[in-house]
Every structure is written in C-alpha cells, then in structure tokens.
Write a protein that binds this ligand. Structure first.
Ligand code: PGA
Length: 245
C-alpha cells in the first residue's frame, strides 16, 4: 500500500486531485469511480477549478459512483445523484449521460446487478476514489461479521447514521439503507485512492495502516489486498492513528 502523509487536509485533497487528473491526462476516456461525503468536496472543487481554467477536460470521461441511499430519487437534495450533479458534474465539461450513480428506487435486486455491470462495462475504472467511515466502511460496506463481494443493499449502522445526520435537518430523516458496491466491485479498479482526515477516523486508519491484518470488522483493511492502493492522510490523523512513516 502506498501511504502519503501530508501537512494538511487541504494538501491531501490537492494530491488526490492530481492523481485523478493524471489518470485523465493519461487516458482522456478514463473511467473514474467516485465517492460522496464530506471528504471529497475540496477534491471536486479543485477538479472544477482546473477544468474551468482549461487545464483538464472531462469531456470523454465516464464515471461510476459507489453508492446511493435507498428511497431517495435523484432530484432529492440528499441523494448522491444530486450531490454529484451539484458538487461536480454540473460544473465540469463531462457528458452527464456518461455518469452513473446507483439507483436506490424500484427493483433493488436489478439495480444491484446493474451497478456491477457498469463497473466492468468497457473496462474497469482506472481509479476509484474512496473516503472511509469511522468504523472503517468503504462505500457503505459496514463493519460486520461478513461482507459482500457484489453490489447489495446494506443496513446502515447507528454510527454511520449518526455521522451522516450532520447533512440532514433531523436525525430521523437519515435513510437507514443504501445500495452499495461490494468489496469485489471496489477492488476491481486498477488503482484506488483513499483520503481521510479527522480524529474520528483514527481507529479505522490504525487498522488499515499499522498492521498486516485483514478483518471484516474494518472493511478498509481489504485494500491491503489491492496491488495499487494509495492512502492519503494528513499529519494530524497520522499522529492520532499512531502511524509512523
Ligand atoms: P465523510 O464520509 O467523507 O463524510 O467523512 C466518508 C465515508 O463515510 O465513507
């Protein structure tokens, strides 16, 4: 695993944006696996800035997102489709028809199969961007006794619902289920870039970086099996996690 420790979260986001842009410069038709949540927002702002400045074009890029809440349609401001449109896609030169966010509505079993197909259709993603949950989840693969390889419906844990409540008016409004890529769909990407910040992530990052163990109780540890995974954290989180270069 490649580990990059930066001075600040801002620098981490800069590094992640550079890796994404390098993938697109190397292959203008690259497929990117994208993530939602608070962590990637400054990364997306950099991509927007660089696209508006003419440094990078996403005109031929294809994207596939990790997950979506069940029960919200894409026009709901809490949906991940809305998040992606408003925090990235509407602001860059991407063709929206080449962007894919799982659907958490209708025939969920069929939607799950569609996600796995989209991940592999015309080649797997060059790069999959990831955040990490306080419990080590990637996508919405929650810490548990068993994990799933394929896209499936996940019951969100109380800790995830509590962490996500900051985006909602009231905690009761946070959806309790999500459709999420499974571990095999995430690990299919040619490269993976995980960005984390904040002391709340320290235990999960310790499990990921400070030993060689793989455990379903910290799903991020499966990234240790990937040949080209990069973890970008700031010095404050490295210290909190007890990680030494
Ligand atoms: P966050 O979420 O970026 O909002 O902290 C990350 C995640 O849950 O994967």
């Amino acid at each position: 695993m490649n580990v990059i420790v930066t001075k600040s979260y801002e620098d981490s986001c800069q590094r992640a944006a550079e890796l994404i842009e390098a993938a697109v410069l190397a292959n203008p038709q690259a497929k990117l696996g994208l993530a939602t949540g608070g962590t990637p927002l400054p990364i997306y702002r950099r991509l927007i800035e660089d696209c508006k400045a003419g440094k990078i074009s996403f005109a031929k890029v294809r994207t596939v997102n990790l997950d979506e809440y069940c029960g919200l349609n894409g026009s709901n401001t809490q949906s991940y489709r809305w998040f992606m449109d408003h925090n990235l896609f509407n602001e860059i030169d991407i063709d929206k028809t080449n962007t894919y966010v799982p659907s958490g509505l209708g025939d969920l079993a069929a939607n799950c199969r569609e996600v796995d197909k989209k991940v592999r259709e015309n080649g797997v993603p060059e790069l999959q961007l990831l955040g990490i949950g306080n419990n080590g989840h990637i996508g919405f693969n929650e810490a548990a006794d068993l994990l799933h390889t394929e896209t499936h419906i996940e019951q969100l844990t109380e800790s995830t619902i509590a962490a996500n409540a900051r985006f909602f008016d009231k905690p009761e409004a946070v959806p309790t289920q999500a459709i999420t890529m499974g571990l095999s769909s995430i690990l299919a990407a040619k490269s993976i870039v995980l960005v984390a910040t904040g002391a709340a992530k320290a235990a999960a990052i310790r499990g990921l970086l400070c030993n060689d163990e793989v455990t379903t109780q910290n799903p991020s540890t499966f990234l240790k099996l990937h040949p080209n995974a990069t973890v970008i954290i700031d010095a404050a989180l490295a210290t909190a996690a007890g990680y030494e270069n």
